[in-house]
Design a protein around this ligand. Structure first.
Ligand code: TUI
Length: 313
């Protein structure tokens, strides 16, 4: 069977997570140039904006890249049509069921890789003919499911025949090897790339991740069916207090309106949504993307070679 590197024509089995309002065409190109698969985010953007991002990405790299369709975006129909028309090599999807777009994308020759939080959805996606599955555990940043990567990945691996990529809780070579041990053929990472030199977020956002400890992420929005993991701050405290007091969905939505852009663009890490995964606590340095991805691979190789001498009793 072909490796995911062969299937996607990439050097390292590492995909970049979607990251709404962050992953521009230039950022995705930089990830692809560093040997991973860069992905342009569509959260909060329309088709005209994404067309420009795809053009920018193509002008900055000859390597394959992808677009993430964030399915809560009201422009999803137009975005799916755009990526098919522009023959983007890979589409990942998130925050919903992409069933209605799969045939259209496959016909255009686009590789389709949905992010799923459950075995049921993974099976349905395989039935529709998608190319691979990203199994994302609740450790990840942003919109999350319920199951952990440790529990979810092997159950999806057992349930489907197509390649599985693990996401959520991966920021080191050890975690990459652990994902492979669970049966994944590659990983998707986000949080560890936020602190890259190339990542176009406000320095306060990067600093908040560098300062975070293991227990500093929380999930807001479970009560309204839109669970989102962020770094704990004034906004998440108010939100969680309001959730406990039975505040209406409308009031809760008002609190988070524009909060992602406030964190990313204005560097307001107090009242903004500083989306990040549980691995934030282990990230300590701002470095170039190439260094981050090379270290992930080199450390994974070291761990694998250490493990080759292990013997079980
Ligand atoms: O999509 C993500 N992570 C995200 S999207 C995002 S942007 C955002 N904007 C406003 C509010 C909330 C988020 C930030 N982070 N990860 C992939 C992911 N997909 N995680 C979980 C799922 C998922 C959940 C349910 C995928 C499919 C699904 O299907 C439900 C169904 O309809 O069957």
């Amino acid at each position: 069977m072909n490796t995911i590197c062969e299937l996607l024509s990439i050097e390292k089995p590492i995909l970049q997570g979607g990251m709404a309002n962050i992953a521009t065409g230039a950022f995705a190109a930089a990830v692809s140039n560093a040997g991973g698969l860069g992905i342009i985010a569509t959260g909060g953007r329309n088709a005209d904006q994404i067309r420009l991002e795809i053009e920018t990405c193509r002008s900055l790299t000859d390597k394959p890249f992808g677009v993430n369709l964030m399915l809560m975006n009201p422009h999803s129909d137009a975005l799916a049509q755009l990526v098919a028309e522009m023959k983007v090599p890979v589409v990942t999807t998130g925050a919903g069921n992409p069933a209605k777009y799969v045939a259209q994308l496959k016909e255009a020759g686009v590789k389709v890789i949905p992010v799923v939080p459950s075995v049921g959805l993974a099976r349905r996606m395989e039935g529709l003919g998608v190319d691979m599955i990203i199994a994302e555990g609740t450790e990840s940043g942003g919109h999350v499911g319920e199951l952990t990567t440790m529990a979810l990945v092997p159950q999806i691996v057992n349930a489907v025949k197509i390649p599985v990529i693990a996401a959520g809780g991966i920021a080191s070579g050890r975690q990459l090897v652990a994902a492979l041990a669970l049966g994944a053929q590659g990983v998707q990472v986000g949080t560890c790339l936020l602190v890259s030199e190339e990542c176009p977020i406000h320095i306060n956002y990067k600093q908040a991740i560098l300062d975070a400890k293991d227990i500093d992420t929380v999930v807001t929005g479970r009560s309204v069916g839109a669970p989102v993991r962020c770094l704990r701050n004034e906004m998440t405290k108010t939100y969680i207090d309001m959730e406990k007091n039975g505040t209406t969905t409308l009031e809760l939505e008002k609190l988070t309106l524009g909060s992602m852009r406030r964190a990313v663009l204005d560097g307001d890490v107090k009242t903004g949504s500083v989306m990040a995964g549980q691995v934030a606590g282990m990230i300590k340095e701002i470095r170039p993307l190439r260094v981050i991805l090379n270290e992930l691979m080199d450390d994974a190789k070291k761990v694998l070679s250490e493990m080759s001498t292990w013997r079980l009793p």
